[in-house]
Ligand binder design. Structure first.
Ligand code: SF4
Length: 210
């Protein structure tokens, strides 16, 4: 078994419902979500460096990563498994999450929803990069949509075709600016049509931390 890793670090969760919780971030390398409008194959807007830094080989090295995470955040602390797209490496994802759970940690998986998640999460965040009807992972704890150029009806569809506990819209940062007015106007319109969307901020960017 192999796990291609981009990076690990400890910080606070800056987005969505778990904002402010201290987490150990494990960022998987690579992202095969070519339909994502932020993907480097389409634009230059993905703000995540998911190039490979290390390849872990074998169960022992993945267990060692899980132990490093729990040693950092403490027993029952949170580990955020993100990417890139962690579901591009399903075997390593499933093993890593089980290993963290054996040590007593809690896992927040972050995915684009273009594949079914094959691991037991404590909190699942889907940040869709495909239309609502094409989502393979259509339930979980939160759906967090980054606002680019979606039409109102496209966003309405996410609520109608999925089952999440929380629904967030998040502004897109590009060249030091964020489309907050466009995002807030969309939230107003969706709330007025009876859908409970809320604002997700990338708080770490305002704080100047990772
Ligand atoms: S799915 Fe996520 S990691 Fe992949 S290109 Fe889009 S924003 Fe970046």
């Amino acid at each position: 078994m192999k796990l291609a890793l981009a990076e690990t670090f400890c910080s606070i969760q800056g987005e969505g419902h778990l904002t402010g919780k201290r987490m150990f971030f494990i960022r998987f390398a690579g992202c095969a979500v070519k339909e994502c409008p932020l993907h480097p194959s389409q634009s230059d807007l993905c703000d995540t460096d998911w190039s490979i830094s290390t390849v872990l080989t074998g169960e022992q090295s993945i267990d060692a990563l899980a132990k490093e995470a729990i040693d950092t955040v403490g027993a029952s602390g949170w580990v955020c498994v993100t990417g890139g797209e962690p579901c591009d490496q399903p075997e390593a994802l499933s093993y890593l999450v089980s290993s963290i759970h054996r040590l007593g940690g809690k896992v927040n998986i972050q995915t684009s929803g273009t594949r079914r998640v094959n691991a037991q999460w404590d909190w699942l965040t889907v940040s869709p990069k495909t239309s609502a009807t094409e989502l393979k992972q259509a339930y979980g704890q939160e759906l967090k949509l980054v606002i680019t150029d979606q039409k109102e009806d496209e966003v309405l569809d996410y609520y109608q075709h999925t089952r999440f506990w929380n629904y967030y819209l998040q502004p897109l940062w590009s060249n030091g600016k964020c489309n907050s007015e466009q995002t807030m106007a969309m939230i107003d319109r969706l709330n007025n049509r009876g859908q409970p969307w809320e604002l997700s901020l990338q708080v770490h960017k305002y704080l100047g931390i990772r």
